[in-house]
Structure formats: C-alpha cells, structure tokens
Design a protein around this ligand. Sequence first.
Ligand code: PGU
Length: 441
Amino acid sequence: MLSGRSALPLHSQTARVPAAAPRRCVICAHAVNAAVATKQESRLAFVEQAPPDPILGVSEAFKRDTSDDRLNLGVGAYRTNDLKPYVLNVVKKAEKIMIESEENKEYLPIEGLAAFNKATAQLLLGEGHPAIKEERVATLQSLSGTGSLRVGADFIGKFLPGRTVYLSNPTWGNHKNIFTDAGVEWKEYRYFDKATVGLAFEGMLEDLKAAPEGSIVVLHGCAHNPTGVDPTREQWGAIADVVEQKGHMPFFDVAYQGFASGSLDDDAWAPRFFAERSIEMMVAQSYSKNLGLYAERVGAINYVLADAAAAKRVLSQNKRIARALYSNPPVHGARIASIVVGRPELFAEWNEEMGMMAGRIKDVRQTLYDELVKNNPDKDWSFVTRQIGMFSFTGLSPPQVENMTQKHHVYMTKDGRISLAGLPSNKAANLASAIVDSFKV
Ligand code: PGU
C-alpha cells in the first residue's frame, strides 16, 4: 500500500514561497495540497552535494562567465584557431557513406561492432600484427576511454582480486574515480619531477620495483595527461624490463594516439613495443580526441594475451561485465571509426587531418612560449615547448590558478594544467601576460 505521502507525484516539491501564495509544484506548476506540501521532505534529503568535477566542472564555470576575454583551457578538446569545435572531414565522409548504405539501428552484440573491433585492434597494434592473426587479442567495444577503463577495472576487481593498481602521480583525475568505484585498490608511482619539469624516471622505476609482484600498472600510451611528459624509447625499455621482472600487468590508457607526434603509428609505439616483447597487457582506447568523436563515446578495451583460448574466455567475461553495466555499446561512432580505419584512402586522409590538428597545437605552443619569454625573459619557459600533446602543465599553484580565473578569465584545472587545444594564436599574448602575472601571486 502506498502511504499518502509517497502517493504524491515525485516532483511535488514546492519552492519556498510566502505563506499566502498558492503552492505550486516547481516543475509542472500544478496546485499542491498545502497541508501535505509543508510536511514534505525528501527521504533523500540527507544526500550531500557532490563537488563539481575538477575538469568538466571548469566548462560549467566558464559558461557562466560573460567576459569577452574568457578562455576555456580546462577540458582537453580540440578547437580550430577560431575556437570552433572541429568535425573532421573524414568523419563527414564516413557519415555520408553510412547514410547512403541505410544502416539500421538494431542492437549491437554485447562486444560491439565486429568491423570496429577489428579496426581498433589494427590501429593499436598495426595491420597484420601476429597477436591479431593468432586471435590472441580480446577486444570489446565500450563507451569511449572512460567506459573501457571501467570495464577493465571491473575485470580486475573480479578476476585479479587483491591486486593493486598503480597510477602515475599525477594522472588524469578520473582514473582514481574509476578504480575506486570498481572497488579496486590503487596507489601511485612517482612520475613527475617538479625540479626538472620532466620525468621522475628513477623514482618511477623504484616504485614499480617496490610494488608487489603481479601489480597492475596504468601507463599513458602517449601524451601523458596532465604533464605532457612521456618516457623516451630507451626509458620505455627500462620500464618494460621492470614490468617483466616483476610480472606486472601493464594497463595502457591510449586516449591521445596521434596527438603526441601527429602520427597515429608513431604514437602507438609504446604499447606495440610491449606487445613485441610478449608482455601481456590491457589497453583502453578512446576516439574522443583523435577522431573528434567526443559525444559519440567510441572506444575499446583490449587484452593482448599469450594464447587464443584465454583471449576467448576473457572476452566472454568482459561481455558479462558490459551486459550489466550498459548491455551493448552505441553504433553510430563505431561505424564512423571502422570506416575511417578500414578504408585506405580515408585512413590516409585521417593521418593528414591528425597531423594538421597536432600541428596547430604545436604552433600555438611555440607562440605561447615566445610570448612568455617576451613577457618575462628571466624565467626558464622551455618546459612549454618540451611538453607534448594537448596540454601544458604550467606549475601554477591552486591560488595562482584562482588568479588566472578570477582576474584574467582563464579557465583551467586546479592542478595548473592548460589545454593548448583550446587556445587561438591571437590570445597567446593575453594568456602569457596572465601566466606571468599569476606567478607573482
Ligand atoms: N584517459 C585520459 C588520459 C584522458 O585524458 C581522457 C579524457 C580519457 C581517458 C577519457 O576520455 P573519453 O572521452 O571517455 O574517451 N580526458 C579529457 C576530457 C575530459 C574528461 O576529463 O573526461 C581531459 O580534459 O582530461
């Protein structure tokens, strides 16, 4: 039996209004029985407000700022030099092909679109890779990078219980949420050296050596977020040595393939190198940035394993996890990615567009550096041009970031990261003077 209180529509909550005014539901404005409404307090009233997201919350704050000078350098999302979101030509071409072939909107299988899964493993490992030919790669299309990481995290929680996940310090903030919510313990390994604004290479190796055998090590495939600092190829070799000696499981997060060097192939070097050394690994992929498919949620979780039978069983368990999380993935973006990767002429064009996007960021990075040097020649700004990918990790402290936002209308994350993908060249001088001013705070 429903009680009188819960029989009311859920949206019968009233705004606080003077007693004389007729009480109306704040949502649909229907008259609400005053006697019941005054007593009404949600059974969820104890729920506390969650803090705004450290990255996506910045965009929300930016939208509330009306200044002409406002600049959103929070989220890592590519913009043209006129600050327009960019839909790649290859994406438009693929969509045209899709419309012409009148594809349906039936459910995909739980593991996703077969053509996409084939294409995405190929983009990761390279065409004709032995692991693909020997069917040692289990690939499940998931909800972009985030969803793929979450499926992987749930898999670790279920099948590698008690293992600790090691995250770089610092890392993309959502990694911590993902593993925490999956009930998987995580710790950090040293990664960034403030003194050199470079890789804390020795510290990283020490921490990975000290981690219990068989730990999971999350590695950014390229263009480390937020630092823009990647290991050199030689350093990757030493990292792989430790991972191998300790029987760790690398879990690559590949969210920026193409944005480090401008080349899709070169940016897959690290995971391919681990595959070459026959180190079993997990790899989450995202097409948000490199194909600009942010809202389409296109990505995959891959397991590159030693034998095909294990890969088959691992895939079956990942399907079981996905089934309960969201059942099956969206089709539109997966079709786009499979067409672009699968057709040589479109793939070549994508590489060109990729080079163009990465090139714009490189140019604006150089412009920012030049302006910073002009503004304050006494400080060493070389880290700006040494860092790679979409971001610059400025070293600004939280109060200095506060100054950037409050005084200069520059929106960025509290850790001092700016997304150069959102900087037009004609705003580089303003940004440089805001940075120089904020370092004085
Ligand atoms: N992994 C890393 C390292 C990332 O930086 C991001 C996105 C993702 C995974 C997940 O992106 P998907 O869109 O789910 O594929 N990071 C961006 C975008 C905003 C966000 O935090 O989601 C960023 O600005 O850091």
